[in-house]
Ligand binder design. Structure first.
Ligand SMILES: [Zn+2]
Length: 469
């Protein structure tokens, strides 16, 4: 299968090839764990989850690494503000991150390395950079000498002037050049001991960029296939990663394909705490929005395009999933789960979906096809199993949401009518019919309960109540 991917390095669609036969290696920048993931974070995680699911279908082996940044100034600040230890904060937020992403049906990556567990690897890499003449020690810091790497800026295609003016480059006395970036910084006296590490350059902690270079090289090697992340990471983070990796291992080209997902805005505005439009995944889950609807929403726009969140789009996403779920029932789902053959993996529908994903992950086209098929199933019920398999592959099946949406589709008047029919059957002592009505409702997850009562005239009556199971 020919897979086309837009490579940020070349600014072109390119045919994806792997360095190792049938083994794709992908690294994606993961969360900095100081706060619960917001929708922008979730977009990135969902996009790479779909890439991962797709690659797993196409290649014999996929190694997917997504790191956890658990040493960072923002973490230190957040722990201080909450008066808890850094360790307590990062453990809590990692737990929240996993819980929120599980709700979006995100598969765990092959490796999820934490920065604090790879300090030695970073120290070795920094040592190599100093030895190779690409880094220098100054006032307790180790800095990367940007001028020593002639290809610096190739990914973001910015001139040196643009790089200095376009981002918040810190001008400091210990830097030879304003663009030089920190590889190791000295410890602050106020720092929590869990964020201070020993190094040949004194006690301190690593800069942010070096962790991705060190951890990707440990799990994927100096050269690998794909590096992904949000578009905001292109500069300086990814530019710095390339510089560090290519200069520490001679001959390394680092990642061959760079993928960047677009920004997320809320009602047309940048999401920020100061604008009070900051939305976390947890906020939405708390409002009884299902994670699958959030997943659908985040994938409904092509991953490279900017994505604008608004409530109507979320409601539409929820309705779309309900429409998909309305074309099959629990027995169909059960039948799908009991399947042992993999014939559904090569159904016409699945092949169409894979071919759309091979066009730079065109999820919008996949969803349009699913809507078309959901209408067709009414005429061709034999397509149901293919349809369920497709939803499952895309991570769009959630049992709880499925059961709830079936319940929503049951008409309450119908239940009341059935209860009345059953009462009449009992009056006529047609116990077989009464039992049949009861079991029919039970098959739709509706349980009846007869409650005996005595009315004002002391006459015994039976009231039937119903509930969803
Ligand atoms: Zn990174």
């Amino acid at each position: 299968m020919v897979i086309k991917i837009f490579n940020t390095l070349s600014r072109q669609d390119e045919e994806l090839t792997t360095l190792e036969l049938e083994h794709l290696k992908m690294y994606v920048c993961g969360p900095t764990v100081y706060d619960r993931p917001h929708l922008g974070n979730a977009r990135s995680v969902v996009v790479y989850d779909l890439f991962y699911r797709f690659f797993k279908r196409v290649y014999k082996q996929v190694t997917y690494v997504r790191n956890i940044t658990d040493v960072d100034d923002k973490i230190n600040d957040a722990a201080k503000a909450r008066q808890i230890s850094i360790n307590e904060l990062t453990c809590e937020i990692i737990g929240f991150f996993h819980a929120d992403m599980d709700a979006l049906n995100i598969l765990r990556p092959t490796h999820e390395p934490k920065a604090t567990e790879h300090i030695q690897e970073m120290i070795i890499m920094i040592g190599e950079l100093i030895k190779n003449g690409h880094a220098y020690v100054s006032e307790g810091h180790v800095l990367f000498d940007v001028k020593s790497y002639k290809d610096y800026g190739a990914l973001s295609r910015r001139s040196v002037d643009e790089m200095i003016s376009g981002s918040r480059i810190e001008i400091a006395s210990y830097k030879k050049d304003p663009l030089d970036f920190v590889l190791w910084k000295p410890a602050d006296n106020e720092d929590d001991l869990s964020s201070i590490f020993e190094s040949p350059w004194g006690k301190g902690r690593p800069g942010w960029h070096i962790e991705c270079s060190a951890m990707s090289s440990k799990y994927l090697g100096a050269n690998f296939d794909i590096h992904g992340g949000g578009a905001d990471l292109q500069f300086p983070h990814h530019e710095n990663e390339i510089a560090q990796s290519c200069c520490s291992a001679k001959g390394s080209r680092y990642a061959r394909f760079w993928i960047h997902n677009g920004f997320l805005t809320v009602n047309g505005e940048k999401m920020s705490k100061s604008l009070k439009n900051f939305i976390t995944v947890y906020d939405l889950l708390q409002q009884n929005i299902n994670g699958i609807a959030i997943r659908y929403l985040l994938l409904s726009t092509h991953y490279r395009k900017p994505f604008d969140y608004n409530k109507k789009a979320l409601d539409d996403a929820q309705k779309s999933i309900e429409k998909f779920y309305a074309v099959f029932d629990e027995n169909d789902l059960l039948q799908y789960r009991m399947q042992t053959s993999s014939s559904l993996d090569s159904s016409a529908l699945m092949l169409d979906i894979l071919s759309f994903l091979a066009e730079d992950l065109n999820s919008a086209k996949v969803f349009a096809l699913l809507h078309e098929k959901s209408k067709e199933i009414k005429l061709k019920p034999e397509l149901k199993q293919q349809f369920i398999a497709a939803l499952d592959f895309l991570g769009l099946i959630d049992d709880q949401f499925f059961t709830k949406s079936i319940k929503n589709s049951v008409d309450e008047n119908y239940i009341i009518e059935q209860i009345e029919l059953r009462s009449k059957a009992k009056e006529l002592k047609d116990w077989a019919l009464a039992d049949k009505i009861r079991s029919n409702l039970l098959a739709q997850n509706i349980a009846l309960e007869d409650i005996a009562a005595v009315d004002k005239s002391n006459i015994k009556t039976v009231k039937t109540i119903w509930k969803f199971l």
